[in-house]
Structures are given as structure tokens and as C-alpha cells.
Design a protein around this ligand. Structure first.
Ligand SMILES: Cc1ncc(C[n+]2csc(CCOP(=O)(O)OP(=O)(O)O)c2C)c(N)n1
Length: 426
């Protein structure tokens, strides 16, 4: 099926059954390429059906699709005329592993750093309105990226503005590692929403059957329903800040996804479509170890074993040394902005769980938090990749340097990182 498909127009012509075959072909193709060249595997396997559904319903480049981070855009690239070039991934002068406006106008924005998509999409939507156009603008953001301050700032603005905009929340319960935080707690309640609705209905049936007590009791229940709903169905959070919440929807059911996407197209104002996906979907080894296969070096498809033996790199040396220091000094704590594996803190977390803090993809908060800890007498270590430290530039100066606080800022990947051109190594 993949041989027949070179553009979104080709996708639109397929039946649902053929799209399912296409999805499997794309999975095999991505697996083949990433196993040879290395790349982002698990996130891409998770968005195959979602991307097929998007290109079935919307029309690029008129409609704008903004991929958050952009590491999950391989399927989009395959479906938008770059299928053959995918085998140049992570090669000199090869195809970029992230959306690149220079490659094609269907990539409407360059991404790489997390949590930018809602701001950018809202900007495009406001421009559309001022210019009296009528295209659709869609931001696709993962539950991990939703922990970033910029995404939350954008939700705040978008909900209040009432601007027509679709935010697709691709919820796979994972950042690179397991996702954390209050927003994740909210999402896990939403994930069980359908179960709640069902059990609510059956409870009503049971109560109704009780003679005398039954009917009046149901009325009382209905009267307080809205306030109970507020407490129990957390979708109200998104609705209360101005979004229409739709979902959750099975992110591997193309038919259902298309149905929901068509609804979002018709609605005015900001809409949040909650899509549940599985990271690594279709490749068992990645499904079971989504963090390991988030981004990977070349590997053997049969065993999952990476071909290049991992050497003791800077992150590992850093992590080992920090454990050694922390054993001697109780005041040492470590903070990560959702990158415990990449910055070498995995073992530290095991050794000192109470002195380890994963705070989400929130570098600004990481440094601000460290400043507070240092002021209160602790010695915080904050390893962040150089490129992502840019996010915390103000906190480094305003909250740490000007007050001369003992925060140890460890700048990981501060040099040439070969794998992914220009953007990030993760
Ligand atoms: C500012 C910033 N910090 C860290 C990263 C590294 N990073 C890349 S993807 C990712 C996890 C994203 O999780 P999610 O948005 O849920 O997407 P998923 O891979 O689960 O689909 C992280 C932390 C980044 N790209 N940008």
C-alpha cells in the first residue's frame, strides 16, 4: 500500500481498510529505517494512525499542522512526498528528523524544542482571522510537552481568546520516561472518563429499581450532578479555561479519529481533542521499553539490541560522580527537566529517590526551583542539555547568578551532537 501513496491526496482516496494496511506498511518502513540509521522510534510508531487521519481530513499546506517538538513527524514526512528521502535520516545532508520549512511548505514551522506548538498555532490562527482566511490550524502536542510552561501559557491565552484552533493532545502517558506532574494526574483521570460515564449510567439503573427511595434519590443526584461532574469529570478543567474538550478517543482507530477530526473542523473557538496512543505501537520491544526506544542508535530488529555498544559517555561519568559526592554530602540534590536517562541521573534516582526531582519539561522552573533550594541551604545540581538551557536564561541570571547562589549548572551535550542536524539530539 505504501508504494501507491506519495501524497495526502493519495491517502484521501483510500478506504479505511486500505488505510489500516498503509499504517502497518508505514510501521515496517520506519522500523527498517530507524533500525539502520538510528532515530526517534517509539513516538513515531505511536502516531501512525493519527497522522493518516490528519491527512485524510485536512489539506496541507492551506491547513496548518504544527508538530510539537517535531520528533514524531516521520509519518507526516512519509505521507508528504519525502518517503524515499527517509533513508537519509541522520546522514550528512540527509533529511531532517524534525519539521523543516526549508524542505517543503507542508512543514509550516520548524520545531525541536518542546512546548511551542500551541503558541505558534494560536499565532497562525489569529493571523488567519485578521486576514479573513478560513484555513484550519492544528497543534499536536504530547502529554510530556504539555508540562512545559510555554504550552500552559498558550492554553491560558487560547482558551480566553475564543480563537478557532484545534489542539490535539497526543497522550501516551510518557515523556521520554514516564510522564509526571499534576497535569499528568488530571489526564489520567480523563483517560478513565468513559469508564466513569458507563458506571454512572449503571448506578442510575440500580438506584431507579429501588422502590419508593429510588426515583426521588435519582432527582437529588441529578440536581447535584453538575457540581459532582465538576469534581469527578476533570474535562471541566479545559472547558473552564475556554476550550471545548472532546475525547478521549482511541488514537489507533482511524475511523474514529477521522470522525472526531471532522467534528473539530466544524466547531468554532478553541477545541482540545484528547487522543490516547501507545508509544512504540506495533513493535513489541519498543512498546515494552518506550523510554529506551524514544530515540535510538541503530539496532537489531529481532533482538532490539543496539549495534553500537554504549561507551561510558559524559552523562554516565557525571551521574556516577554525583552519586559519589551525594554519598558524602546530604545536602546534594539533583533536578531534571524530564531527561533523567539522557543526563545520566537514572542511577541517582534509584540511590537517592528522595533527593531526586523530575519536574517535567520545564527548564525555567528547574533553575528557579534550584535557586530556592540553594537559598534554603541545599546544593542542587541541574544537568540540562545546552540547547535546552536557553529556556532558563533568565532564571540563570536573575534567580541564581545575581544572588550568587550555589546552584551547580551542568551543561550536557555542550558540543557537536551529530545525530540530528541543527536541533536536538533527543
Ligand atoms: C525544551 C526541551 N526540553 C527537552 C527536550 C527533549 N525532549 C524531546 S521529546 C521529549 C519528550 C516529549 O514527550 P511528549 O511530548 O509526551 O511526546 P512523546 O514522545 O511521548 O510522543 C523531551 C523531553 C526538548 N525537545 N525540548
Amino acid at each position: 500500500m505504501l508504494e501507491k501513496v506519495n501524497s495526502p491526496e493519495d491517502v484521501k482516496k483510500l478506504s479505511i481498510e486500505d488505510k489500516k494496511i498503509l499504517a502497518e506498511d508505514i510501521r515496517k518502513y520506519i522500523l527498517d529505517i530507524v533500525s539502520k540509521n538510528g532515530g526517534h522510534l517509539a513516538s513515531n510508531l505511536g502516531v501512525v494512525e493519527l497522522t493518516i487521519a490528519l491527512h485524510s481530513v485536512f489539506n496541507v499546506p492551506g491547513d496548518k499542522i504544527v508538530w510539537d517538538v517535531g520528533h514524531q513527524s516521520y509519518v507526516h514526512k512519509i505521507l508528504t512526498g519525502r518517503k524515499e528521502k527517509m533513508n537519509t535520516l541522520r546522514k550528512l545532508n540527509g533529511i531532517a528528523g524534525f519539521p523543516k520549512t526549508k524542505e517543503t511548505e507542508v512543514d509550516c514551522f520548524d520545531t525541536g524544542h518542546s512546548s511551542t506548538s500551541i503558541s505558534v498555532a494560536l499565532g497562525m490562527a489569529r493571523a488567519r482571522d485578521i486576514e479573513e482566511k478560513n484555513n484550519t490550524v492544528i497543534a499536536i502536542i504530547g502529554d510530556g510537552a504539555l508540562t512545559g510552561g510555554m504550552a500552559l501559557e498558550a492554553l491560558n491565552d487560547a482558551g480566553y481568546s475564543g480563537t478557532k484552533l484545534t489542539v490535539i493532545l497526543n497522550d501516551n502517558e510518557m515523556s521520554i520516561s514516564k510522564n509526571i506532574g499534576g497535569m499528568n494526574m488530571l489526564l489520567s483521570k480523563l483517560r478513565t472518563k468513559r469508564t466513569y460515564t458507563k458506571s454512572n449510567i449503571s448506578l442510575k439503573k440500580i438506584i431507579n429499581k429501588i422502590p419508593v427511595v429510588g426515583k426521588p434519590f435519582v432527582k437529588i443526584v441529578q440536581r447535584v450532578k453538575r457540581s459532582i461532574k465538576q469534581l469527578i469529570i476533570p474535562k471541566m478543567f479545559f472547558e473552564d479555561i475556554g476550550f471545548r474538550y472532546l475525547g478521549p478517543v482511541d488514537g489507533h482507530n482511524i475511523e474514529e479519529l477521522e470522525r472526531m477530526l471532522k467534528i473539530t473542523k466544524e466547531l468554532d473557538g478553541p477545541v482540545l481533542l484528547h487522543v490516547l496512543t501507545k508509544k512504540g505501537k506495533g513493535y513489541k520491544i519498543a512498546e515494552e521499553n518506550p523510554d529506551k526506544y524514544h530515540a535510538t542508535a541503530p539496532f537489531d530488529i529481532e533482538t532490539g539490541e543496539t549495534k553500537k555498544k554504549k561507551e561510558k559517555d559524559y552523562s554516565k561519568v557525571f551521574g556516577d560522580k554525583l552519586i559519589e559526592l551525594a554519598k558524602k554530602n546530604q545536602k546534594i540534590v539533583a533536578i531534571t527537566a524530564s531527561m533523567k536517562d539522557g543526563t545520566g541521573l537514572k542511577e541517582f534516582q534509584k540511590e537517592f529517590p528522595e533527593r531526586f526531582f523530575d519536574i517535567g519539561i520545564a527548564e525555567q522552573h528547574a533553575v528557579g526551583l534550584a535557586a530556592g533550594m540553594a537559598k534554603a541551604g541545599l546544593i542542587p545540581f541541574v544537568p540540562i542539555y545546552s540547547s535546552f538551557y536557553q529556556r532558563a536564561y533568565d532564571q540563570v541570571i536573575h534567580d541564581v547568578a545575581l544572588q550568587n547562589l550555589p546552584v551547580i549548572m551542568c551543561v550536557d551535550r555542550a558540543g557537536i551532537v551529530g545525530q540530528d542536524r541543527r536541533n536536538t539530539s533527543r
